[in-house]
Ligand binder design. Structure first.
Ligand code: FUL
Length: 630
């Protein structure tokens, strides 16, 4: 181990080191923006759960229109302790409950409406699921939080200033009567149409200004100052720009203040943050364990596998974000056994892969050290709040760990000390061969930002030394932790999401060139058929009895050609497609372009016609990665 002089000691002091005590050496100055303490605490939670539950659960909907009858809400075995226990076993540190989703139905007996649990058969109208879950959380040591949809498709006065009083009253009720919450979740979605007191119309609001967010922040600061506020652009934490559960490998915890609001048209930027941002707004990666956010029985065999969840963990928590994993509670009022088993197994996999830190307690050799308590030993002491820092003028450095004998390794964990800002812009990890040559480890993503936590999966190497070269930073380095693991045999597997195995009756698309039409039936989700018209004709070749239509939207990074509202018709020949079997919306397709299904009363027909009555982006061709008729 080389010895380095603390950079802040003058040469004169160095001559008599005794006069330069540990406490003389000051911490680096923060580099703005920096997090509030509550944002640091929030980030340390790493994984927490979402629960989507409500009238939608019983009406097979993703976005209730606001007209489902409260008497359909009838979970007969509901047990919030089962939820809490499952979540603890899955390693979750907290849970966010959809107290009210877009349909306006309240899971607590809010007095301002008759559209609540008080009007349901559940506990004869005396139930309160917000209370039941908040109490179960206390019992099982979970933090609790609420989702309250600003959009309300039930309320007659939605869109007027009076609705805001109603919304603020809901917020006050939730934040006054159910104990502390760690987060408040404001959904940016606003599809426009709804029941709205029976008017059944489209209402557009100014998504940036209508809700008067500054007023909402005041209410929150008054009632629950410790809560982190989620919305597309923060201010407490931000949406990651997708509902697939991952952030970019390059991920800054900053946004340019005031630029991002619900409906921001460059939401793909949110995966990466704004490198030049001036506000600390870290990313939260939300994803459902099933394709939909609410429970649908036909998704019972499409629950994400433990391996898929593990992959998401590396790309969310391991990409400087948090993982918000949704559990669609089922119609009994329980977390479904498959979801529970997969989530618990996922947690076990994380623990198994990152079990034994090969660097624990090792003292690395560093090319620069600030000195004082900011020494290299802080990197491996297991304490996030101690960190190794370089001198003020030093923004590149090397950290080398040597082993007495070669070791197998394939995972690395790095953490910056974020109370002083996010600094690292690029780094390289290299291992040393038996012949003394340094080679970069092989991985399939860039090594740029670190932030609160960065996890790397790299091809297994057996090496007698490993080093990290920090090659670019916004200032001196402040690194809290470096850990190294051998995730075991099979750790080199690259986890890919299997293409959906969709069964279908044979069909052809008579009005389209054969080669392009094939994209919709090649069972390769990466190829998409684009139809430059507002309808798609499907020919089953002969009369068949059918009862459902399915399609996977375009799966590109920004999905194109998303159909938002549709009409599905059948008819005896292609020129007489006049019997509409179903019409409706593909709820939430913009943010979550998963498989879409339309079920209808069985009908015998040779042709089906899907008409797009509204596109998410008007004027785009309709996109179909896969189609199936059953
Ligand atoms: C979206 C909503 O529209 C979905 O229904 C779901 O609640 C998801 C978490 O956020 O924007």
């Amino acid at each position: 181990m080389k010895s380095f002089l603390p950079a802040t000691c003058s040469i004169a002091m160095a001559l008599s080191l005794a006069s330069c005590s540990v406490s003389d050496i000051k911490a680096p100055e923060p580099i703005l923006p920096v997090p509030e303490q509550k944002q640091v605490e929030w980030q340390k939670m790493e994984t927490y759960a979402f629960i989507h539950f409500g009238l939608n659960t019983f009406n097979d909907r993703e976005w209730g229109y606001g007209d489902s009858d409260p008497s359909t809400f009838n979970p007969t075995r509901l047990d919030c302790e089962q939820w809490a226990q499952t979540l603890v076993n899955a390693g979750m540190k907290g849970v966010i409950l959809t107290a009210k989703h877009h349909d306006g139905f309240c899971l607590w007996p809010f007095e301002g409406t008759d559209y609540s649990i008080a009007r349901s058969p559940y506990k004869n109208g005396r139930g309160d699921i917000v209370r039941e879950l908040s109490e179960a959380c206390k019992k099982y040591g979970l933090k609790f939080a609420v989702y309250l949809s600003p959009w309300d498709r039930r309320q007659a006065n939605y869109g007027t200033p009076e609705y805001l009083d109603y919304f603020y009253a809901q917020l006050r009720d939730l934040l006054t009567n159910y104990g502390q919450v760690f987060e408040v979740w404001f959904d940016g979605a606003n599809g426009g149409d709804g029941w709205y007191g029976g008017t059944k119309e489209v209402r557009t609001i100014d998504r940036k200004n209508y809700y008067n967010y500054p007023r909402i922040y005041e209410i929150l600061d008054e009632l629950q100052p410790q809560a982190v506020i989620f919305s597309d652009g923060g201010p407490g934490c931000r949406w990651v720009g997708n509902e697939k559960g991952f952030a970019g490998a390059t991920n800054w915890s900053f946004l340019r203040q005031g630029e991002v609001y619900p409906g921001y048209d460059k939401s793909h930027e949110l995966q990466y943050g704004h490198a030049d941002g001036n506000q600390w707004v870290p990313a939260e990666c939300d994803v459902s364990i099933r394709p939909g956010w609410f429970y649908h029985p036909e998704e019972d065999d499409r629950v994400k596998t433990p391996e898929q969840l593990l992959d998401l963990y590396y790309r969310s928590v391991g990409h400087n974000g948090t993982l918000l994993l949704n559990f669609p509670v089922d119609r009994d009022g329980l977390i479904h056994p498959t979801d529970s088993a997969n989530a618990v197994r996922f947690h076990q996999l994380v623990q198994a892969e990152l079990k034994t830190d090969l660097l624990a307690g090792l003292l690395p050799e560093v090319s620069n050290e600030r000195g004082g308590k900011f020494t290299a030993s802080a990197l491996t002491d297991g304490d996030y709040d101690t960190y190794w820092a370089t001198a003020d003028s030093v923004d590149t450095a090397e950290v080398t760990f040597s082993f007495s004998a070669p070791r197998r390794m394939n995972r690395m964990l790095l953490q910056e000390y974020i109370p002083l800002g996010q600094r690292v812009k690029s780094f390289v990890v290299e291992s040393r061969d038996g012949d003394g040559t340094w080679r970069p480890v092989r991985l399939n993503e860039e090594t740029t930002t670190i932030g609160y936590k960065r996890l790397l999966r790299f091809e297994t190497v057996t090496a007698d030394a490993i080093r990290v070269r920090f090659t670019e930073s916004r200032g001196s380095l402040c690194i809290s932790t470096i850990s190294l693991y051998d995730a075991g045999e099979g750790a080199d597997l690259t986890y890919t999401v299997p293409t959906e195995q969709l069964k279908s009756l044979p069909f052809s698309l008579p009005l389209l060139p054969e080669q392009e039409a094939a994209f919709a039936s090649d069972r390769n989700g990466q190829t998409t058929l684009f139809v430059h018209a507002d309808s798609l004709l499907i020919d089953l070749g002969a009369e068949r009895t059918v009862s459902s239509f399915h399609f996977l939207p375009d799966q590109g990074e920004t999905s194109r050609g998303l159909v938002s509202n549709y009409e599905l018709s059948v008819g005896p020949d292609a020129s007489r497609m006049d019997r509409v079997v179903k019409s409706g919306e593909f709820s939430n397709i913009r943010n979550n372009p998963v498989m879409q299904s339309v079920y209808f009363t069985p009908v015998t027909t040779r042709y089906l016609l899907l008409k797009a009555t509204r596109m998410v982006v008007p004027g785009e061709p309709m996109g179909f990665a896969e189609i199936a008729v059953q």
